[in-house]
Design a protein around this ligand. Structure first.
Ligand SMILES: [Zn+2]
Length: 377
């Protein structure tokens, strides 16, 4: 990797720790331009958002008539998914909440999920992933040295949700993903979790036991079978609201006694270690930068506030030591082995077999097909 002079965007807080970042003559980065041209137009807040959301909710109710549930919501215990659970009920929908227990839940996550679903009276389905398989796969990813070691959790989460939707004939999946707080994530910081070939190739090389029950899906499922045969639809409802993360958090605390984790995606003990220690230490990627930049471009945080937060180290030494011990022990390796995994030279997903090129092509075809079907209505 060539070294380049340090530069930080004059509008958000992304910098050259994204090796592919480019800046215009005013010093504004490609992520800011992307947000302005491609993502901001998808954010419809205010009364227009309410009208658009209402139309979709009516459709969900209509299509779910006679069924036990009209939608599925994934619930991790984090702010976005907890807030979605509340809003979905408020809109009069009949959700089944689904939680995927990969063995990494923090105690706080379990308690937050419990508080939300019991206060709202939502049915909760929990899929527990076989720990020995999860452990083997998670360790294989760490040993492979790639940047996105959270592929196993992310991949299986999607697999569980859609397979359950198919089994229960539920068409709609309502997601807490939103462009107000999650618009920026450099491609160079990780590889997609949808690629089962990549997952399997890393497991074949570094794993030690077969994956017999670990839920996965194929590219065919993702790009064609689910959207066009099962006609599953994903609603990212927060994009239709003036969603503000800070206010949502405050609301959840006051209304449900929900408790804060102190970091994005920290409801998973692995993700906390991975984002706050593994990535900064091994690759120099600080995911807080992308999270904060997302809040800056959507106007939820000032650039100055984001910069001063970034002045704090991504991890505190004592906490990092505790997280490393926890992760090593849970994975069944000693702490020095984990440290040497982190110290080994970084790899990219391109060092392993993947379907990267095919995915690009398939996603383009899928988008074209979806546009054709929409204009056909
Ligand atoms: Zn920028």
């Amino acid at each position: 990797m060539k070294t380049r002079p340090y530069q930080i965007c004059t509008h958000c807080v992304m910098d050259t720790s994204d090796p592919e970042i480019v800046f215009d003559s005013a010093g504004v980065c490609n992520h800011c331009h992307d947000f302005e041209h491609h993502q901001k137009p998808q954010l419809i807040g205010g009364s227009a958002g309410a009208v658009a959301l209402d139309a979709i909710v009516t459709q969900i109710k209509e299509q779910g008539k006679g069924q036990e549930y009209d939608c599925i919501i994934g619930i991790s215990g984090g702010v976005d998914s907890s807030y979605v659970a509340y809003r979905v009920l408020e809109l009069g929908l009949r959700p089944l909440a689904v939680h995927v227990d990969t063995g990494w839940n923090s105690e706080l996550a379990v308690s937050n999920i419990e508080k939300i679903v019991s206060a709202l009276g939502i049915d909760l389905h929990t899929t527990v992933i076989d720990w020995e398989e999860m452990r083997d796969l998670q360790l294989a990813f760490l040993r492979s040295g790639v940047a996105n070691c959270d592929v196993p959790q992310d991949h299986t989460f999607v697999a569980v949700l859609f397979k359950l939707a198919a089994r229960k004939s539920i068409r709609w999946i309502i997601s807490g993903h939103n462009l107000q707080t999650e618009s920026i994530l450099p491609e160079a910081w990780g590889y997609t979790s949808i690629d089962r070939k990549h997952l399997r190739s890393i497991h074949n090389l570094y794993g030690s036991r077969p994956l017999r029950t670990f839920p996965t899906y194929s590219l065919f499922d993702y790009t064609f079978y689910w959207p066009f045969v099962k006609r599953n639809k994903i609603l990212k409802m927060l994009n239709f609201e003036d969603y503000n993360k800070q206010s949502a958090k405050q609301f959840l605390i006051e209304r449900f006694g929900w408790r804060d984790y102190g970091g994005k995606h920290y409801e998973s003990r692995f993700t906390k270690f991975f984002q706050s220690y593994y990535l900064p230490k091994k690759f120099g990627f600080d995911k807080r930068r992308a999270h904060l930049a997302s809040l800056v471009v959507s106007g939820q945080l000032s650039r100055e506030a984001a910069l001063s937060e970034l002045e704090l180290p991504p991890y505190n030494e004592a906490e990092a030591a505790e997280d490393c011990s926890f992760v090593a022990k849970k994975l069944g390796i000693n702490k020095s082995e984990l440290e040497s995994i982190i110290a080994a030279s970084p790899k990219t997903y391109r060092d392993y077999p993947s379907n990267a090129d095919l995915i690009d092509r398939l996603l383009r075809v899928k988008a074209k097909l979806a546009r054709l079907l929409r204009s056909d209505k």
